[in-house]
Design a protein around this ligand. Structure first.
Ligand code: NAI
Length: 484
């Protein structure tokens, strides 16, 4: 018996989790459950991260969490427990599989176009850090972290998974043409990792083009790997291709802890009515059984589920409306009644159970992920983000007075568009500029030099934020303003 942690969640969570566990019990899945307290009602009890310390301890001990959807209380300043769980336990890869299911009609299934796409979404970084500030009353800033070690973890996982799956193609979705440094880093790591997998056809597609291609030619794609926000959007798009969120399972994979859940939320509009579709959570559970090496249980349940769908048995949110729909419990019972049957299309071959690869072990301290040494790094300037509603030339004249003997004022930009020394009067301005100073005559700069300039400039302006301009060897580690 393998012990796992189970959190039923909020809204439809308990109904669909009960249905799935009923199916697991009927299939005699060799799992034992430790039920843990997580979700909205735990927030309401005063636990600000949405889980009790006992829940955290149990999950960290067992290494596997099977969870229902959880509600994030609105407007109370609390963060989503779903995102907290993924980030706290470094489940860096969010794997979502989208397959044509016979019995779930879509435009593609009707046209005979098969879909089998796995989206691997980076799960920790990007704007999901939720690090946001108002710089002025008019200007909000979100920090977007893309890191080399973080990208490496998720991209390596995606290639390994694609190889195991026998995928033909692995595609990186990105926007590196615009975000050259952040998405550029993700794409660079993708091609570095690709060198170790010559058997896979690795390519990249700009994310807007990817969306268009996914809806016109979804059968061309196999495994797609993306940064967090783009991956979130693209995976919901893919859910739409195969029939909606009711059929979208998800696994959050880390080196120590893994979380299995459906993509959909708590569906408050239908909660408590016993009419929700448990398929996405059941598919997530089947993914968990595969992960645990419990292949026989996984195949038995999946074939029964596919048979049930193919047979036209459905909950109210999909299927043939002329046939009466089943409620959540009846749907689970229908799956159980179909154990041992195989669907005409897409049947899974029986597999032997595999010994679980023990990835979960106790950590003594927080792992530090560092990939490069910093010896050839130098400071060559600084960007100050200042609040001002003055015209660019007036700001330039004031800033020039602060440049002193170590700095030169290089340019001024507003919302990333250069407005000084050259620019256009047609560029609309907001009350926050970026003034860029660089080292005079390429002299080396220190942080103390930058602080001296900071103090001097602060006599004239409120400095909302600042960034060092760095060179890594001969490589510029900052972007140029539009028009610079
Ligand atoms: P939602 O996914 O809960 O609902 C969207 C629509 O899909 C609703 O009409 C709902 O009835 C329907 N739906 C969802 N799952 C269904 C199912 N299994 N069977 C039949 N119909 C289903 O998204 P929404 O309304 O944006 O979010 C509601 C709450 O869920 C929010 O508090 C949100 O923060 C939370 N949420 C939690 C997630 C998680 O725990 N991983 C993921 C997404 C949202």
């Amino acid at each position: 018996m393998t012990r796992i942690a189970v959190a039923k969640g909020d809204g439809i969570g308990p109904e669909i989790m009960d249905a799935v566990l009923k199916i697991f019990d009927a299939a005699k899945v060799p799992l034992a459950y430790d039920f843990v307290d997580m979700g909205k009602w735990v927030f309401d009890k005063g636990y600000s991260n949405g889980m009790t310390p006992e829940a955290q301890q149990t999950i960290e001990t067992l290494g596997i969490l099977f969870k229902g959807p959880m509600e994030t209380p609105k407007g109370k300043g609390v963060k989503s427990v779903n995102v907290t769980a993924r980030k706290t336990w470094n489940t860096y890869a969010n794997k979502r599989t989208f397959q044509t299911l016979h019995g779930v009609d879509t435009v593609f299934s009707k046209a005979g176009i098969p879909i089998d796409i796995t989206v691997v979404r980076e799960n920790i970084e990007d704007t999901y850090g939720g690090i946001e500030h108002m710089l002025t009353h008019d200007v909000a800033l979100s920090r977007r972290f893309i890191t080399r070690p973080g990208s490496l973890q998720v991209i390596k996982y995606a290639f390994e998974m694609a190889k195991k799956k026998g995928a033909r193609r692995i595609t990186c979705g990105h926007k590196a043409n615009i975000m050259k440094i952040t998405d550029g880093l993700f794409l660079e790591v993708f091609y570095e990792v690709a060198k170790g997998y010559p058997e896979l056809n690795a390519d990249d597609v700009i994310v807007d083009d990817l969306c268009m291609k996914l809806v016109t030619k979804p059968d061309l794609f196999d495994v797609v790997v993306l940064t967090n926000l783009q991956g979130d959007i693209v995976s919901d798009l893919c859910a739409g291709l195969v029939g909606g969120l009711g059929f979208a399972p998800s696994a959050n994979i880390g080196d120590h802890i893994c979380i299995f859940e459906a993509v959909h939320g708590t569906a408050p509009d239908i909660a408590g009515k016993n009419i929700a579709n448990p398929t996405a959570l059941l598919l997530s559970g089947i993914g968990m059984l595969h992960h645990l090496g419990l292949m026989q249980s996984a195949v038995t349940i999946e074939n029964a589920l596919l048979y049930t769908l193919e047979n036209g048995q459905h909950t109210g949110d999909f299927g043939d409306k002329s046939k009466p729909s089943l409620n959540t419990t009846q749907f689970a019972e229908a799956v159980i009644a179909n154990f041992g049957k195989t669907p005409a299309q897409g049947a899974k071959p029986m597999l032997q159970d595999m010994p679980t690869t023990q990835t979960h072990f106790k950590l003594e301290k927080n792992p530090m992920l560092e990939s490069h040494d910093t010896s050839n790094e130098r400071i060559v300037g600084v960007d100050f983000f200042i609040e001002s509603n003055e015209q660019p030339t007036i700001i330039a004249n004031k800033c020039l007075r602060h440049a002193g003997v170590k700095f030169k004022l290089v340019n001024i930009s507003n919302r990333g568009t250069q407005v000084w020394p050259t620019g256009s009067v047609y560029t609309n301005l907001v009350n926050q500029y970026n003034v860029r100073f660089e080292s005079l005559d390429d002299l080396p700069l220190t942080q103390q030099d930058v602080l001296g300039l900071y103090i001097s400039l602060s006599g004239n302006y409120k400095i909302c934020s600042s960034e060092l301009l760095l060179m890594f060897g001969e490589k510029r580690a900052y972007s140029l303003a539009q028009g610079q």
